[in-house]
Write a protein that binds this ligand. Structure first.
Ligand code: SF4
Length: 59
């Protein structure tokens, strides 16, 4: 149903894994996203920095 940018998805578990992965209720935007190094980096810290930078650059 959508959420504000910067808010953690309620479907993430404590290990940062999607709890509805592979299920039909998973949003299309998630299913169609392909991870890439320039968006995700190589660590959780890099991913958070990159997504924050993308968000601030496009808001
Ligand atoms: S893949 Fe989509 S639904 Fe799953 S945790 Fe990430 S943002 Fe949430």
């Amino acid at each position: 149903m959508g959420k504000p940018a910067g808010v953690r998805c309620i479907q993430l578990n404590a290990d940062n894994l999607c709890m509805i992965f592979g299920q039909p209720e998973r949003p299309d935007v998630c299913a169609e996203f392909s991870a890439s190094i320039d968006v995700c980096g190589t660590t959780n810290e890099q991913a958070l920095w990159l997504i924050t930078d993308l968000e601030s650059s496009t808001c």
